[in-house]
Design a protein around this ligand. Structure first.
Ligand SMILES: [Zn+2]
Length: 448
């Protein structure tokens, strides 16, 4: 029956399944050795089969023989969406079309969609990656897994479907839409696991509550989320109201689809990367140069055994930081912080890269503040000035000017420690920062 999520230190991780322990729990040295062997092969494969890459590498004067260490990946060209658009639909494919067993495409909000093709071996890797993340969340062969993603060109539906079957779970392919029917199916079929976007899961929750459905006594135990970022507050609310445990995963169509990384139950803000299939780099988005481990930067991914449509150094434009510290769940695969912002959000203030998500993290740790904030950047006398407006909770508000000024200085100090830029902190009364629907507009850059 549905139970609320226990705290990570109360979970017995030895009782939870790990899909591929010989890889997921191996030494860092062995992971790097696997990556290097695959990288060398993959670069040779790509160079030999994809003219677009051969031209790019020839122009840079680099050949597959130049790849001898993992760091040599930096000699290779970056790839972004435009390469896949220019070669629409099949120009980047590395195998004859009769070896492709499935294709998917991104919706393409502007221009042509991104088309990707999978060989049977690619489908196998994809299912394995999904099986891993499902087991990180506790899914086993005993589970009944209801799909609320649409089955279609989008990679979410089928990608997860095959991976759940890989571990013997029973798929209930309900598909998108018809919320009341979803709730009825959970009740009729004893669904234990729901696959959905977090916002749709919230909708199912609310509709169920209105219908008088008792989530606390339902068979539902967990949600596997994807398709959109899952803000921690939304997840916590769904977990509390539906009495389930929710995890999410990261992926993108261009490099595979869902399953590049997945959340275990030990670090709820991080996801283990399937490093034996994906070489990750974190780079400064402005220069393309690597940042130190643990620093925030743009995630760049090289799939290491993708056959249908190999991609080298794909620039995700997603910002994260990666750690290779061991995890309490037993896995040794590197963990990436969940993506909360894109490179387009980055501000350069007096030569330092600043991300709104860093401000959000600091503010989130200060009890006296609400999560609402706004960053204003302007330029005075040739110098960038950053003002962070934060909203004080009613119970923390004081009439004493001295107390409030001291508190503002304290907040500025905490921000400076993380941002390495000293902001001006302006305290705003409770409710004083405008709430916007959808994507909150946190930044007002007046320098442009
Ligand atoms: Zn873990």
């Amino acid at each position: 029956m549905g139970t609320p999520m226990p705290a990570p230190d109360q979970i017995d991780f030895s009782a939870l399944p790990i899909y591929l322990p010989e890889v997921e729990c191996t030494s860092r040295e062995r992971i790097r050795a696997i990556q290097l062997a695959k990288l060398i092969e993959q670069v040779g494969y790509t160079y030999a089969r994809v003219p677009w890459y051969r031209d790019q590498m020839d122009a840079l004067g680099v050949t597959p023989a130049d790849i001898r260490t993992l760091d040599d990946v930096r000699k290779l060209p970056f790839t972004d969406k435009s390469a896949l658009r220019e070669t629409f639909p099949f120009g980047m494919f590395a195998v004859p079309m009769d070896e492709i067993v499935e294709m998917h495409a991104s919706s393409g909000t502007t221009g042509k969609p991104i088309v990707v093709g999978y060989t049977a071996a690619d489908m196998d890797v994809w299912s394995e990656c999904i099986a891993r993340l499902a087991q990180m969340a506790g899914v086993t062969a005993a589970d009944r897994v209801q799909m609320a993603f649409g089955y279609g060109m989008f990679t979410g539906g089928f990608g997860l479907h095959y991976g759940i079957q890989r571990i013997g779970g029973m798929m209930i392919p309900a598909g998108a839409g018809n919320t009341e029917r979803h709730i009825q199916m959970i009740e009729d079929y004893g669904t234990t696991t729901l696959i959905a976007t977090p916002s749709y899961a919230m909708h199912i929750c609310e509709v169920g509550e209105k219908l008088g459905f008792d989530w606390a006594s339902s068979t539902l135990e967990r949600g596997l989320f994807g398709g959109e970022p899952c803000p921690p507050r939304l997840k916590a609310e769904i977990e509390a109201r539906m009495h389930i445990t929710c995890t999410d995963n990261y992926g993108l169509t261009e490099v595979m689809g869902p399953g590049v990384s997945g959340e275990c139950l030990a670090h709820r803000d991080q996801q283990h990367i399937a490093e034996d299939h994906f070489l990750w780099e974190v780079v400064d988005p402005a220069t393309g140069e690597p940042v130190a481990e643990g620093e925030m930067g743009e995630l760049v991914l090289t799939p290491l055994d993708k056959r249908g449509i190999p991609v080298l150094r794909y620039r995700t434009h997603d910002l994260t930081r990666v750690t290779t510290e061991p995890c309490a769940c037993g896995r040794t695969l590197a963990r990436m912080q969940k993506v909360r912002s894109r490179c387009d959000d980055m501000l350069i203030i007096r030569g330092t890269n600043v991300f709104p998500s860093q401000v959000e993290d600091v503010i989130g740790r200060i009890d006296e503040l609400t999560p609402h904030y706004r960053i204003v950047v302007d330029n005075e006398g040739g110098l960038d000035r950053m003002t962070v407006e934060v909203e004080i909770k009613p119970e923390a508000f004081s009439d004493s000017f001295e107390e409030m000024s001291a508190f503002a200085r304290e907040v500025a100090g905490k921000l400076r420690n993380v941002l390495l830029v000293t902001p001006v902190v302006r305290l705003v009364e409770p409710g004083g920062i405008e709430r916007t629907l959808g994507k909150a507009k946190h930044v007002d850059d007046r320098r442009r």
